[in-house]
Ligand binder design. Structure first.
Ligand code: NAP
Ligand code: G4F
Length: 322
């Protein structure tokens, strides 16, 4: 039985990747952080089938012990301070966790588990102020936030450890992917949560920032299949994972509100504090190499994504209202 270790198992992607690997017959291990309140809500439905360990990308000693104890065949580094806006408020912390955290883990893989295959969660945010459209694996990076700078550092650290030490280390450059399990401060979930709550009479207004930004939005459940597929290749490499379609925040907003029979213009306020010092205006990915080499393709399109997220949050708000 193959063993996988997932950092960030409590996050959106960690939960879908765990389900995927369990379905494939893996023994799935993951790191969790001690918190003052419960933080395993996304994996509670499978928790009896998982092996959870306290661990943190800042804590090299605990992570080293974990690698030596678990001896994973595959390591998925999903842990990060993953919020772009927050990274402007906590740039050094974000650089430490999201950037140096990956390097710390790579160094541990090199010394404690050199045969393990390593996946690094890269981001389309690295393309930032895009130098070409669509963005592909050869598009130069132009990061626009402390988060994106940290991800660029993690990306090149992964490439360097592959080339310098022969690790089977791959970067997935994933474009935005969402789901009913998405964190509630990311724009898609913030919108669908508000739609559900407004419809149920639990909330009146929704404050948002820039509505004209364009994102290539996919479904997280589709994207974790690509992470696993990358580690099954004979040779490690880097892949862009995207739907190949781009939509504005306003289009997401319009579709979600209309799914619930509401008009967004009657409920949404503009709040300048939600703007970023530097914005990423347009993301649109070219994932043809992943489709050809990994045999990957997304099953959900934009409308399905918005509708499923909105439906789930309508049900959630109805339960809250009861
Ligand atoms: P997420 O929901 O924010 O989950 C982040 C995970 O990292 C959580 O499990 C969190 O634990 C954990 N974590 C944070 N700081 C940590 C630390 N110091 N040590 C150990 N664990 C830590 O993110 P996601 O959407 O699942 O994304 C997964 C990864 O893909 C992230 O690296 C993200 O940057 C990257 N990515 C995401 C997208 C996207 O659109 N979702 C696109 C491209 C790349 P707690 O639950 O304890 O906070
Ligand atoms: O949902 P967002 O916060 O996602 P963003 O910044 O694109 O980052 C996400 O995707 C990246 C992949 O490209 C990941 F690497 C990263 O970890 C994260 O998962 O914001 C999307 C857009 C932005 O242009 C933002 O300015 O929505 C705009 N926006 C407008 N109003 C808002 C809001 N974003 C948030 N979070 N909250 C708002 O009220």
């Amino acid at each position: 039985m193959k063993k996988a270790l997932i950092t960030g198992i409590t996050g959106q992607d960690g939960s879908y990747l765990s389900e995927h690997l369990l379905n494939l017959g893996y023994e799935v291990h993951g790191t969790i952080r001690r918190a003052s309140s419960f933080n395993t809500g996304r994996i509670d439905h499978i928790i009896d089938r998982l092996h959870l360990h306290y661990g943190d990308l800042m804590d090299v000693t605990a992570m080293a012990q974990l690698l030596l104890k678990v001896k994973p065949d595959e390591i998925y580094n999903l842990a990060a301070q993953s919020h772009v806006r927050v990274s402007f408020d906590q740039p050094v912390y974000t650089g430490d966790v999201t950037g140096l955290g990956a390097l710390r883990l790579l160094e541990l893989v090199r010394t404690c588990a050199p045969e393990a295959r390593y996946y690094q969660a890269g981001s389309s945010e690295m393309f930032g102020k895009v130098l070409e459209t669509p963005q592909s694996i050869t598009t130069p990076f132009y990061p626009r936030s402390p988060y994106a700078c940290a991800k660029v550092f993690a990306h090149y650290s992964t490439v360097n450890y592959r080339e310098a030490y022969g690790l089977h280390a791959s970067n997935g450059i994933l474009f935005n992917h969402e789901s009913p399990r998405r964190g509630e401060t990311f724009v898609t979930r913030k919108i669908t949560r508000a739609v559900g709550r407004i419809r149920a009479g639990l909330q009146r207004r929704l404050s948002l920032g820039n509505l004209s930004a364009k994102r290539d939005w996919g479904f997280a459940g589709d994207y974790v299949r690509a992470m696993h597929a990358m580690l099954q290749q004979d040779k490690p490499g880097d892949f862009v994972i995207a739907t190949g379609e781009t939509w504005t925040v306003e289009q997401f907003l319009g579709r979600s509100f209309s799914y619930a029979g509401l008009n967004w213009r009657e409920h949404v306020d503009y709040d300048a504090r939600l703007e970023r010092p530097t914005e990423v205006d347009l993301l649109l990915g070219d994932s043809r190499p992943a489709r050809e080499k990994l045999g990957w393709k997304p099953n959900w399109d934009f409308y399905m994504l918005v509708d499923e997220m909105t439906k789930a949050d309508i049900l959630l708000a109805e339960r809250e209202a009861r």
